[in-house]
Design a protein around this ligand. Structure first.
Ligand code: ATP
Ligand code: MG
Length: 564
């Protein structure tokens, strides 16, 4: 993991093992010499994109860009069962938001069904595929094992018979599961994917784009290489679980006789601790009502991260910096947060908000008087300017910024102590008022009217600075604080029930929070740093001018320690 890149630097100069392969391929004498580098991102439209997909997206689009090439966005809608148009639109929105452009190169895998069928007929005619009538159970039982070949009694049936059956499969004459079309490769192969894999199955299912035109559907391992080949993809970059499928990928490309031959290169999937990265599991969280939807800000989906306040740049930086390798590793969730914090530190406007308010009364400040102070919008950005903030006799402060009997090193308000009110006066705490139950309901302080705002009284050392909001102009807001959705660092582990790893405290909703008046018209996707409490954004769904809602994107400090 590299921490040497600044979030604003360009990463296009960086290089990895995929680039090395590509450079070999496009050099004189290489297999793609003279051709444009052409990649694709092929999501299955059966759920929302998550942070794992971002890694693939950055690799697919980033690599094409690096070599002046093209990257297709292709909906892999080969499997009719689970697809949904809503997911197609959501995926497009997410890819665009991340900053990637497919231009005119948007495709559907299902658009190749006719061509793929014809190529399959060609395989049968060449004696390279046959119709097998083993039921799914028999198919499994006859798969063989290490050293023991698979068996199919239909393997040597005449070509004409297979051709006839395959056409009748398409015509809808047979029920689901009655037969499959299998590639005739090697029943004894040590790679089970090559043991005459099924390439077509019967599914009497409605397809979201093809309607009821088809009742046979190609298997992924047959469909995918052909989609790549027919689109003229040069480099098909995918995650490591497809490595064992590469011989089959190459077999399909070779034996169907397609003109353009793509090359598959695999990289390690992204894993992040304290999260699950599988659409199946994420869908379950939505369906069970454990989260409010695919875009619940605790989800690792792009839609949720956008709503949580993540910036596209912070995610691209993250993907770039975790690197590309063949070795699987688990990345700390804290590193993702670190990348966000780094970006927002440079770009987010500062504001003051009080999460758990208690009133501070400056007892010698004239009632009815108001001063306006100019406060920096972002000290990290010399062009960010200042904003006016009003100050009066009564202010909201954080309840935790006052203690009647403070422990050692507590530098905030306690009787007798001086504190700087950020951007305003320095005050000395004089006491508090409590209700019958002993809860502090008001804190008292005095200021020195003879001193200009911010000036330190003679001989006093002011150690603490706190944030505040003028009670006369403050706006009410709801603020949502998030923690990890899972309390177990590895909820995705195969031997764990991820639903039993949930963190019961992943969402805390604070109401009656007080924010400065300048936030009245804040709209998503605005990001803010609320002084001392973290980075926040306006909630894109629930916030209205009458009822402001902010999400905490990330706290100011995290557990992740960048290496120097
Ligand atoms: P899931 O298990 O979440 O459903 P998937 O791989 O089935 O993921 P697809 O929609 O098929 O989801 O994925 C599109 C592309 O994204 C594929 O090329 C896949 O390799 C890649 N991808 C998915 N998850 C990850 C991940 N965690 N890390 C890297 N790449 C990923
Ligand atoms: Mg998939």
């Amino acid at each position: 993991m590299s921490d040497t890149l600044k979030p604003t630097e360009s990463h296009e100069g960086s290089t990895n093992f995929i680039h090395a392969f590509i450079e070999e391929d496009i050099a004189p004498g290489g297999q793609y010499y003279g051709r444009t580098v052409h990649t694709r991102f092929p999501p299955e439209p059966n759920g929302y994109l998550h942070i794992g997909h971002c890694k693939a997206l950055c690799i697919d689009f980033g690599t094409a860009k690096k070599y002046g090439g093209v990257c297709n966005l292709r909906m892999d809608d080969t499997n009719p069962a689970k697809e949904d148009v809503a997911y197609v639109d959501a995926i497009k929105e997410d890819v665009q938001w991340l900053g990637f452009d497919w231009g005119d190169n948007f495709f559907y895998g299902s658009d190749y069904f006719e061509e793929q069928f014809n190529l399959a007929v060609g395989l049968v005619e060449k004696g390279l595929a046959y119709v097998c009538e083993l039921t799914p159970e028999e198919f499994k039982a006859n798969r063989g094992s290490v050293g023991i070949p698979a068996v199919s009694p239909y393997r040597d049936r005449p070509i004409a018979e297979s051709l006839d059956l395959f056409h009748r499969m398409r015509a809808g004459e047979f029920p689901e599961g009655a037969m499959t079309l299998r590639a005739k490769i090697d029943l004894a192969s040590g790679n089970f994917n090559m043991r005459d894999p099924a390439i077509y199955r019967i599914l009497h299912a409605h397809h979201h784009r093809q309607g009821d035109k088809w009742c046979i559907y190609p298997m992924y391992d047959y469909a995918h290489p052909l989609q790549d080949a027919l689109e003229g993809i040069t480099h098909s970059l995918c995650s490591l679980e497809f490595e064992d499928h590469r011989p089959l990928y190459d077999w399909v490309v070779e034996n169907t006789g397609v003109q353009k031959k793509p090359r598959q290169i695999e990289f390690a999937r992204l894993f992040i601790n304290y999260t699950v990265l599988s659409k199946r599991k994420l869908r379950k969280l939505v369906e069970e009502g454990i989260v409010s939807g695919w875009d619940d800000p605790r989800m690792p989906t792009l839609a949720a991260m956008r709503r949580r306040g993540y910036t596209p740049r912070s995610i691209r930086n993250f993907a770039e910096r975790i690197g590309v390798s063949k070795a699987a590793s688990v990345v700390e969730f804290g590193f993702l947060e670190h990348c966000l914090r780094e970006d927002l530190n440079l770009t987010a406007k500062r504001a003051m908000a009080v999460l758990r308010p208690v009133e501070l009364e400056i007892t010698n400040y004239p009632a009815g008087q108001t001063e306006t102070f100019q406060v920096d919008n972002n000290p990290e950005d010399p062009d960010a300017g200042t904003r006016p903030v009003s100050f009066s006799r009564t202010l909201w402060i954080e309840a935790e910024d006052f203690m009647e009997e403070p422990p050692k090193k507590y530098n905030r308000l306690f009787p007798g102590n001086y504190v700087r009110l950020k951007g305003g006066h320095i005050v000395r705490c004089t006491g508090c008022e409590k209700d019958e139950a002993g809860n502090v309901i008001r804190v008292f302080a005095e200021y020195d009217p003879a001193l200009p705002a911010g000036a330190t009284p003679e001989g006093v050392k002011v150690r603490g600075t706190i944030h505040w909001v003028d009670t006369n102009t403050a706006l009410d807001a709801t603020i949502r604080l998030y923690d990890n959705l899972f309390s177990d660092p590895d909820p995705d582990a195969a031997d764990k029930d991820f639903l039993s790893c949930l963190n019961p405290d992943s969402l805390e909703i604070l109401t009656g929070c007080k924010v400065e008046a300048g936030l009245a018209n804040a709209e998503a996707p605005a990001n803010f740093q609320f002084l001392r409490t973290g980075y926040f954004c306006v909630d894109s769904k629930d916030s209205t001018p009458e009822n402001l809602v902010f999400n905490r994107s990330v706290a100011l400090k995290g557990s992740f320690k960048p290496t120097p």
